[in-house]
Design a protein around this ligand. Structure first.
Ligand code: GGG
Length: 358
């Protein structure tokens, strides 16, 4: 029996609700497969931990996590703790310390779901965003000085290294090579950002020369945001910096029907450290505790985790069950126009995992 050790951080707000359903579905997948087991250890880290103990997680939390094969995370952030504290004491250090330099975010309209884009169906919205995940605008470099004086200053530096930019662009090209349309779209802004984004464009052109079989294009990020709405069918693999692709993928989530359906994988492609899997959405304090959060993003992230730990058949089984559930349309949460609870959706997917085709 193959055993996969998973650290679970449900986190804040709806995080615990959606992760519980994700685990229900993953357990069903392990049961249906019969060849592997998921061994979870849950960590109560997040904003409550901060309010009780003055920090989001114990000082040695990265050492604790390093022993696991994967991390399954819900959401981070809650009123009462400044958002930059919750992100910088938990989520962002994990991505940086474990060299999870790829943030993979599929943008796909699942069968049966309605996009807010008029006349667009699943055949039009099916691409993947590759977000640089350890540097760029979220490198954490900067500072503040002369607080409280008229000379007060805040500096937030974007850090773009050749290693960091090249490896994320190479990842995007390798991914495109294995997709039907074989196209990479680069998100840039080199008209205004004459240092970092001109550098990004140069490296994009250099890497593109090594992939003659892959079509390329680049758009300024503002124009690309518009193309997500007007021409989603032209996109295949989109590669962008940490900030650009963070923003673009919320738009991507919206065009695939709801932020609640979007999944992401924070990957160390060399598997030297655990990768982390999370829904794209945050903790949604406005609906936390009501049992109506959409668990699809968390379940989809769970499928990406199965794929990464070497269980691609189980991952495919989960994705089939998820899409059968959206196609049937009866167990959808209010954000998708239904009246199901988080648990209704989770149970519907888990049942289909158990009864569906291997
Ligand atoms: N599901 C993870 C979560 O809580 N995300 C909220 C967030 O603001 N994330 C920022 C990021 O992905 O960089």
């Amino acid at each position: 029996m193959r055993v996969h050790r998973v650290a679970v951080i449900p986190g804040d707000g709806i995080g615990a609700e959606v992760i519980a359903e994700g685990r229900r579905v993953l357990d069903a997948a392990a049961h249906a497969d019969g060849g592997f087991q998921l061994e979870y250890q849950e960590f109560p880290w997040g904003c409550r931990h901060y309010l009780e103990r003055g920090r989001m997680a114990p000082a040695d939390f990265l050492t604790t996590l390093r022993d696991f094969e994967a991390i399954y995370l819900g959401a981070v952030g809650y009123p009462g703790v400044p958002d930059h504290v919750s992100l910088w004491e938990l989520l962002l250090p994990i991505r940086q310390a474990f060299n999870q330099y790829v943030n993979l975010r599929p943008v796909r309209l699942l069968d049966g779901l309605q996009s807010p884009l008029a006349g667009r169906g699943p055949q039009d919205i099916d691409f993947v965003c590759v977000r640089e995940n350890t540097e760029g605008e979220y490198s954490g470099v900067g500072g503040r000085a002369q607080a409280g004086t008229p000379m007060e200053v805040a500096i937030q530096s974007g850090v773009f290294t050749r290693l960091g930019v090249e490896r994320i662009i190479v990842y995007a090209f390798e991914l495109a090579r294995n997709r039907k349309r074989r196209k990479v779209t680069s998100a840039t802004k080199s008209n205004a950002l004459q240092h970092s984004m001109v550098f990004w464009d140069e490296i994009f052109s250099e890497v593109a020369k090594r992939y003659a079989d892959v079509q390329t294009e680049k758009w300024h990020v503002d124009a690309l945001a518009a193309r997500f709405v007007t021409h989603p069918q032209t996109l295949d693999v989109v590669v962008g910096s940490n900030l650009f692709a963070d923003i673009l993928t919320d738009l991507g989530a919206a065009i695939q029907g709801s932020l609640g359906t979007a999944a992401s994988a924070n990957l160390d492609p060399f598997k030297k450290a655990p990768s982390m899997f999370e829904p794209v959405h945050g903790s949604a304090p406005d609906i936390a505790g009501k049992g109506i959060a959409n668990p699809i993003g968390a379940i989809w992230a769970g499928a990406m985790m199965l794929d990464t730990v070497g269980e691609p058949q189980a991952a495919a089984r989960v994705m089939r069950a998820l899409e059968e559930t959206t196609r049937a349309g009866r167990q959808l949460t209010p954000d998708l126009g239904g009246n199901a609870t988080t648990m209704d959706t989770g149970k519907a997917v888990a049942d289909r995992v158990l009864t569906g085709k291997p």
